[in-house]
Design a protein around this ligand. Sequence first.
Ligand code: CA
Length: 227
Amino acid sequence: MIVFVRVLLVEDDQPIADSLRRGLVRYGYEVVWVRTGAEALAAGPADMVLLDLGLPDVDGLDVCRELRARGDVPIIVISARADEVDRVVGLEIGADDYVSKPFGVREVIARMRAVLRRVQPAAKPAEPESLSGGRLVIDRRARRVHVDGADAELALSPKEYDLLAFLADAPGAALTREQIMEAVWDANWFGPTKTLDVHIGALRRKLGDAAVVETVRGVGFRLVAGG
Ligand code: CA
């Protein structure tokens, strides 16, 4: 099931906006990016607003107040101000959550999902998804993976699960090491990626022949159906 969530990203800092936008798009969100409060207030309807407080034209808190006066779109404030007052005021004037810079894309997405769950309580629970001709079943709600029927649950570590879940977001697609590191190990990863190979190795052993994690030379990995 694919649900397009339209996110209005209000952020004047280009590197932060770029990184966030790339991350959100990779997770299937549709992103409209604006740099100023005026543009934010002029933008079309969104399902979710990510709002930086330090904007070039107006205070982000005023934008938050105005958006809240217009309707009940979920708003997550993102700010470099680690100031407790901002946090409290932001939540008091109607923001649904608050993220401090620096943050990882995964942290933002986790908060967005939590906020969306709160505001859409009637949304139907995600069905376990079936891959690899049905041999591999991933139940994202329960974080369980089954191979060849309900009894054979794979014993995966949390990171192995995250890795498989991320690869399974785009079966057959080549994902770069950087994309995987950023998504599964969070934040902006510039260090060695040996830990990724270790986890790929473990995942391959545990998946057996149900699904194959292929190496894409010079790029990264892709998940394909097994034999
Ligand atoms: Ca800013």
